[in-house]
Design a protein around this ligand. Structure first.
Ligand code: MG
Length: 389
């Protein structure tokens, strides 16, 4: 059994139902929500998750080509696979299970028509799988429940122990395979009931009131309202810095000390690369510049390790619930040769920033200008930040 909480996971999205309660002429997962098919919203949440290894979408047999044609303009990922479903959800998930590569040891099953699932719910399910083997996302029942016969209330049900099942429903793969072997003629409405039928305990983790399933036309309007609130924000920032090369100083770029007879002058360690990145981040946040946050008149920053200052800037990024999508940094330097040291610089910056992609490149200025004459080194950076949904 896989016990690594950082391990990859696979996802099966059963989207083979027609959704007759929507009263539409096409399967509900292809109806438009905020300008995109419902299913695209759902798939994007999983495709954006850093631990996803593969995602299998199960479509109606007669809609396989149509579905792929509808989704392709929005999504291109090698992680995305398609297969066709059967008459019941249980059949469809089974087909999805057969399509998952054998290397996938833990998986989530999620309704195609629940587009408001979040990374936080996915993470709770993954942690729950590690702890319990099988879990579902669920929320406690809020409303008082009545049992009704012939339009008359026959009893009020104690809701204290009642939860509403949602998806994702997650499990170690071997447990679901075992449940299918033992299912025989049993047909459950969700994976939890199939697992329970096989005597496998299933735990609950907190889902979300917003993780609604789009079943009726009103749900589409509610989901559109919730999506507008969550609309992601992107912020771009650029930074520039230059420091003079002098004798008797270390040359530190991206936290890497380079062998050279000159180093950069400055109040801190004068890591011009890291400073340009910090200024780009502060710019994207609308938080002024390095000078405002770490003034060179402040003794506590004398000789400071700029990677430590970058950590403080990243704290501001995280406090805004944002993360770096990518950063691109150019070092402008005639001497020494920087290329051999760039991978180590990238490793240092990635360790602090956790960015999907930090690109560092170096150029000379063909011996023109102050960098060309070897009087100093400068750096330019651009970053793109995005809100964490
Ligand atoms: Mg500087």
């Amino acid at each position: 059994m896989n016990t690594n909480p950082q391990a990859d996971f696979g996802v099966i999205i059963p989207a083979a139902g027609f959704g007759s309660r929507m009263g539409a002429q096409q399967p509900k997962q292809f109806l438009s929500l905020a300008g995109m098919p419902i299913l695209v919203h759902t798939l994007r949440v999983f495709l954006d998750h850093p631990l996803l290894s593969v995602l299998v979408v199960v479509l109606p047999p007669d809609q396989l080509q149509f579905g792929q044609d509808v989704l392709r303009p929005y999504l291109s990922s090698e992680k995305l696979l398609f297969t066709t479903g059967g008459p019941t959800r249980q059949d469809s998930v089974y087909n999805g299970l057969q399509t998952l590569p054998a290397t996938v040891a833990r998986l989530l099953v999620h309704d195609g028509a629940r587009p408001l699932v979040s990374a936080a719910i996915i993470d709770r399910c993954l942690a729950g799988i590690e702890q319990h083997g099988a879990v579902i996302a669920a929320v406690p029942v809020k409303d008082t429940l009545k049992e009704v016969a012939d339009n008359l209330i026959s009893r009020t049900i104690d809701r204290a122990q009642l939860w509403q099942a949602q998806t994702p429903q997650g499990m170690q793969r071997e447990l679901l395979e075992q449940a299918y072997k033992q299912a025989s003629s049993f047909c459950g409405t969700d994976e939890a009931s199939l697992l329970q039928h096989a005597g496998i305990p299933v735990a609950v983790v907190m889902g979300s009131e917003e993780n609604i399933k789009i079943t009726r036309p009103a749900d589409l309007r509610i989901a559109a309202g919730l999506l507008r609130q969550k609309e992601e924000i992107m912020r771009i920032g650029q930074g520039f810095d230059a420091h003079r090369l002098v004798a008797g100083r270390k040359l530190i770029l991206g936290g890497v000390e380079l062998p050279y007879h000159l180093g950069l002058a400055g109040h801190s360690d004068a890591d011009v690369l890291t400073h340009a990145l910090m200024d780009a981040l502060l710019g994207a946040l609308g938080e002024g510049d390095i000078g405002r946050h770490f003034p060179d008149t402040d003794e506590q920053y004398l000789g400071a390790d700029s990677l430590k200052l970058l950590e403080l800037v990243m704290d501001l990024v995280k406090a805004r619930k944002m993360r770096i999508i990518n950063a691109d940094i150019t070092l402008i330097c005639q001497q020494p040769k920087l290329a051999p040291h760039i991978p180590a610089m990238q490793t240092n910056l990635n360790a602090v920033c956790g960015a999907e992609q930090i690109n560092i490149k170096a150029t000379t200025t063909e011996r023109m200008g102050y960098t060309g004459r070897g009087e100093g080194i400068s750096a330019q950076a651009v970053v793109l930040l995005r809100t964490i949904c």
